[in-house]
Design a protein around this ligand. Structure first.
Ligand SMILES: N[C@@H](CCC(=O)N[C@@H](CS)C(=O)NCC(=O)O)C(=O)O
Length: 198
């Protein structure tokens, strides 16, 4: 049984989406976290080292950070083919895009929102003006980020673009807008939305 440590309408919401896609047995444990408006607090019940969500426990085995959780879950619950397994074609792209999500895309968004110039040649990520064309180019072979098949990487990318994509600070892309729609139209997303409050 997977326990998802979750706060509604946050980055942990997408793991309800993924767990629904996987058909995995899970329970949701709502935890408190710090919030931007200064309310909230780190919840001692949350195993994430910084009190953030998501985190999961698989019978006591703790996994935190979104790409690690996505990979752990698709490896553990392979039935619905939500991520290429070790040795399968596409595994390298899957790992690369999971790492790119957290190591490049999120910092690119945050740099933009914080109005921080990305230092060329030293930062480990790129400006959003470089990241978005890469995503658009990757989606060209689509309809999903790994190509033909929907995967856990789409759960991360689709929901992230849904969350940040409307910002006037980000370059607009009809390819990404259509992609987000495609990801959010899935029945598992609707089920996850219904369960978001626990
Ligand atoms: N790198 C983490 C980020 C998690 C994250 O920042 N979650 C936010 C909610 S969307 C949070 O828990 N914020 C509370 C805090 O920063 O203490 C991941 O992708 O899993």
């Amino acid at each position: 049984m997977i326990t998802l440590f979750h706060r509604p309408k946050t980055r942990s919401s997408r793991f309800i989406f993924l767990l629904e896609e996987l058909g995995a047995p899970y329970e949701i444990k709502i935890v408190n976290t710090l919030t931007r408006d200064g309310t909230g607090a780190v919840d001692p019940a949350n195993p994430h080292p910084h009190g953030k969500v998501p985190a999961i426990s698989d019978n006591g085995e703790i996994v935190f950070e979104s790409p690690a959780i996505a990979l752990y879950l698709t490896d553990k619950f392979p039935k619905n083919g939500l991520g290429p397994l070790a040795g399968q074609p596409g595994r390298g792209t899957y790992l690369s895009l999971l790492a790119y999500y957290t190591g490049v895309l999120e910092p690119a968004f945050m740099s933009k929102f914080m109005n921080v110039e990305v230092p060329v040649g030293t930062a480990g990520w790129v400006a959003v003006e470089k990241a978005i064309p890469f995503i658009v180019q990757t989606l060209a072979r689509g309809p999903y980020i790994l190509g033909e098949k929907f995967s856990a990487a789409d759960v991360l990318y689709g929901t992230t673009f849904a969350m940040f994509g409307a910002s006037p600070m980000l370059p607009k892309s009809s390819v990404i807008e259509a992609y987000v729609k495609r990801c959010l139209e899935r029945p598992a997303y609707a089920r996850a939305q219904e369960k978001d409050n626990g």
